[in-house]
Design a protein around this ligand. Structure first.
Ligand SMILES: [Zn+2]
Length: 228
């Protein structure tokens, strides 16, 4: 299924949410890159979303959500991540396929079913990739992503993988590499070598070399040895 079959409004708002979450500038060029569409197409659609009251574009500044846009984006992201939890924990879909499958489900889950999934799974705080599930409550802030990108970490420092960004989840080959080496959120990692092009991480007897741009899509925390 290509991105073309996703409702554009939800797809644009969701992508904007991910850019904000990953600390990436929310400008039309970045959205065009992430959506795989041309800049003129994206600009035109963004103008419509501004006119329809979902987005604000303060002159010379980054795009922002209106309250309405924020609520809609949050709902799509919540359904996406709850669907990933359901598909993984209950249905048993392979870890590598979760993101793509949930991309279909997120547009189809009703609010009623969403609540049933939340109850079934006891209101999970993060998706299987470690990304926070937004519930639109004050408690959200407590699990808002922190941490640093793996490529920014020092050699020899014990690290814990906090989350695999949505951008990396789309890369099936890279996801397979992580799964083959048993690298999941919560796992302990340590960089053993790093240069300008790539770095090597050690994890439970596995040594995995990742390009710097791939490592930048993994978020890590210092490993303190305590509970996650
Ligand atoms: Zn995902």
């Amino acid at each position: 299924m290509t991105i073309e079959s996703h409702p554009p409004l939800e797809e644009y708002l969701e992508t904007m949410w991910y850019l904000i979450e990953d600390g990436i500038e929310v400008i039309p060029t970045r959205l065009a890159e992430r959506l795989g569409r041309s800049l003129p197409t994206v600009t035109q659609r963004l103008d419509r979303l501004v006119a329809e009251g979902y987005l604000l574009r303060p002159l010379g500044k980054q795009l922002e959500f209106t309250q309405q846009g924020q609520k809609l984006a949050e709902g799509v992201v919540r359904k996406h991540r709850l669907a990933e939890c359901l598909l993984y924990q209950i249905i048993g879909l392979s870890y590598v396929k979760l993101h793509i499958e949930a991309g279909r489900w997120e547009h189809a889950i009703s609010d009623e079913v969403e609540h049933l999934i939340m109850t079934l799974l006891a209101n999970p705080l993060r998706c299987p990739h470690g990304n926070p599930i937004p519930y639109g409550t004050a408690a959200d802030a407590a699990i808002t992503s922190s941490g640093i990108r793996l490529n920014e970490a020092e050699v020899g420092v014990p690290l814990r993988l906090q989350r695999i960004t949505e951008e990396l989840e789309e890369d099936e080959a890279l996801m397979t590499t992580l799964v083959d080496n048993q690298i999941f959120p919560g796992g302990e990692l340590c960089i053993t070598h790093k240069d300008s092009q790539a770095l090597t991480v050690h994890h439970q007897g596995h040594f995995v070399t990742l390009e710097t741009k791939s490592a930048a899509l993994l978020v890590v925390d210092p490993f303190t040895g305590g509970p996650q």
